[in-house]
Design a protein around this ligand. Structure first.
Ligand code: FE2
Length: 237
């Protein structure tokens, strides 16, 4: 029996490497080997141990285009404290900010059931909070997160007007599709910056930047894409 060692959950690796990448004028922080190996392996193992029978197909069929994937989110309601301590230290040190705690430990798994040709990945969208973090669990070439700039010059959606300017009032219907293709990219966007997924790599970025998961039609057919996410707002007093 391979036991999970719960004493070292979310142990920060004192030797992690931080890189700042400027994308459309915004700073994205990339932390490599953020958790100790033991801590990362525990998290990897404990999340993999959940039965995959819980995964049910989701059907996305906006605009007549059907995409099917299987996904679930594991939410550990009572085990999020250490991760928040860790993230708060990182935010204070590297961004000089106090941020709100995220109330769950959320690990997303997704697998393509009907992959689409020339698919780039998840449709560009923005998150509701000021900051988002994503921790990657695999090294698959070409898997990661994309950041986008629209043909109207927008990369940050702060309010309804920004949304209207970006997509000329047409994007919302379109936006409920899960996936988007090379052709969609050419229709709506000018630029994309890609950040490769890596085991034990954490990204912190402004949640209002247009972004999406990147994985083409050849990936995640037989295995799951796995990532841990958190969302934070800046605490103002
Ligand atoms: Fe997102």
């Amino acid at each position: 029996m391979d036991y999970i060692d719960s004493t070292s959950f979310f142990e920060i690796n004192p030797h992690f490497k931080v890189t700042r990448k400027i994308v459309f004028g915004e700073t994205i922080l990339i932390y490599d080997n953020i958790l100790t190996e033991k801590s990362f392996n525990n998290l990897d193992k404990i999340s993999d141990n959940f039965p995959k029978t819980l995964f049910l197909p989701n059907y996305y069929n906006q605009n007549g285009k059907t995409y099917i994937d299987a996904r679930t989110t594991l939410e550990f309601k009572n085990n999020y404290l250490m991760m928040n301590f860790l993230l708060n230290q990182i935010f204070q040190h590297f961004n000089g900010l106090n941020v709100s705690w995220f109330e769950y430990l959320v690990i997303n798994f997704s697998k393509s059931i009907e992959p689409k040709k020339n698919m780039i990945g998840n449709i560009p969208h923005y998150d509701q909070e000021d900051f988002a973090s994503v921790l990657f669990f695999d090294d698959i070439e070409g898997n990661g997160t994309g950041f986008y700039k629209t043909k109207t010059g927008m990369h940050l959606i702060l309010n309804k007007t920004d949304e209207d300017i970006s997509f000329c009032n047409k994007f919302l219907d379109y936006g409920y599709d899960y996936y988007f293709t090379q052709k969609d990219f050419e229709t709506f966007y000018d630029e994309m910056e890609f950040i490769q997924a890596k085991k034990n790599r954490l990204l912190i970025y402004r949640g209002r930047m247009l972004h999406g998961a990147v994985h083409n039609e050849n990936m995640f057919k037989n295995n799951f894409r796995k990532s841990m996410i958190t969302f934070h707002s800046v605490m103002r007093n």
